[in-house]
Design a protein around this ligand. Sequence first.
Ligand code: SF4
Length: 686
Amino acid sequence: MDIKYVSTTCPYCGTGCGFNLVVRNGKVFDVAHWQRAPVNGGKLCPKGRYAHEFIKSPDRLTKPLIKKDGEFVEATWAEAYDLIAEKFRSYKPAEMACLSSARASNEENYLMQKFARVALKTPHVDHCARLCHSSTVAGLAAVFGSGAMTNSIMDIADSRCIFVLGSNTFEQHPLIARSIVRARQSGAKVIVADPRNTPTARQADLYMPFVSGTDVAVLNGLMQEIIRNGWEDKEFIARRTKDFGKLKEAVMKDAYSLDNVSKTTGIPVESLRTAAEWIAKAEAAALIYSMGITQHTTGVDNVKSTANLMMLTGNLGRPGTGVNPLRGQNNVQGACDMGCLPNVYSGYQKVNDEAARKKMIDAWGVEDIAEGRVGYTVTEMINILADNPGELKAMYIMGENPMLSDPDLRHVEEALKNLEFLVVQDIFLTETAELADVVLPAACYAEKDGTQTNTERRVQRWKKAQQAPGEAKEDWQIICDLGAKMGYPEQFAFKGPEEIFNEVAAVTPSYHGMSYARLDPDGLHWPCPTAEHPGTPILHREKFAMPDGLGVFSPIEWKPPAEVPDAEYPYVLTTGRVIWQWHTGTMTRRSWSLEKEAPTGWIEINTEDARELGILDNEVVRASTRRGSIDILARVTPEIIRGVMFIPFHYKECAANLLTHNALDPVARIPEYKACAVKVEKIAEV
Ligand code: SF4
């Protein structure tokens, strides 16, 4: 029997754990611990432990499919490519849009934005970072000049005080939670603010339950208390920042006194006071956040507020400090780095900067790449398709499932059905693929080489362990084939992922010093500007990435969510994930060890709220918002604050996103998944 171990990186969350795929006679059959994996040292959460199961699902796509008379029929690759090229050639560039994938490799994401800009010449390329952390990218770039996690995962263990806000780290990033545990074991204080008493909250020294959507009020209140007591880091503020006066004017308002913040947020005054003191007086304090901060119409404001707090207390540029957004999907950081955003090329080089555009024209050897203007975000694409049919006519979606992941799903379905031509490339026939005209079968993470960039900016290798099933192809190969078919054989003449990565490194300043040889076995943190550079686990040590090197304080006022409870819809609905499932469930729901643990969704209702509504634990109730209704199991619990309800968003049979609101942050265009108005009713017995 031929058995080998192939070390690779987990395809689920942004932690970037390493493990071994165990391959028997050419087929992956198990996951084994890789003891010296750089991020996780051999430990895995359940999703990583069972990351081999979905690979062998009988549902895997194995042949191209073309829809004829409303039914999919199997086709050859040549037929599929001919049809796609013919259709794409029939549209004007701005009538087409591409969605790339935070699940695919850096190389594939780089190629997708290159395909959009070179072969289709459209500026409209985006991906699901829009839905999770676009407010991080915009907010932190505005404050620090770089929109990424400032410190490393290991570094969290060196913190003396960790403030977790809007992140259920123990369930969503379990191997990052280990660093929190280590810090706490060595005496660090842990503060958690969350509407739910999550497994993360239960580890806290100070748990602050609060009303979803009041984050800026919490942060401004803490900052007022710190300034009132003179606990701010005056030396850091003077040397490393600007506009402190503007911040002070905003946060010292009466609205942010602890009494008023307590009324707005529901957090007791004494808890706020304690949190302010712990953060300000800690030798090194770190702030960790995730989508509880970003997925709001005030997402950018929320992110900037977290940065304000950490600059105010001098907690940047040192071990154990920092503003640490935990990215959701395995390669959402990389997909952003690769320029799968409508405003930037790889390395965040702006498309409307003439010098950057000229650089890409020279690198790609094509004069007429997409015009140098900012294209549409995915949320704008959906709205345009729904509201202005005909402006966008064709889409090419790689490895994304907006039919479950986007807010207000009825609106999304209506939008996608207005497309004249939709190509979906994926490993399964997702809810989105079902709407496609052509479906292209892709290889999964275990079936290709490549790299991905985790939440701490560490670029790591994927290694091929088995062949893709049937005729499925690696995403990079499909894009290269289509690029050649569209008339750009030289621009897409790559023999493999390493050649693509070399082009990435050549055109992307923060990746300049990276190569496959250097990435083995521990990866490198960007920025890594030269071949000798060791990488940068901690950003902003001496100065921020701004032209003058200074961090910028932002005066931020708290604004309520776009939709607040009223007499008709009297509760706040918030959404999130569970440890056993992953995003739209495409992979985890086909993993039997995971699916059996959490086989369907539920709505969490506070015990007192349930009593008033006459709802019992485990009964099926109807949850409704202005967008729609779902029937769903009630989970009655004291572990959620009164007035707030929670639904995990993985389950198509009770899809939370049929209810969520597509109101957008005005800067990042991220939807407000984390707060809308909902009502819950008993279902009349028949
Ligand atoms: Fe995979 Fe994230 Fe779990 Fe690590 S913590 S094993 S990266 S899902």
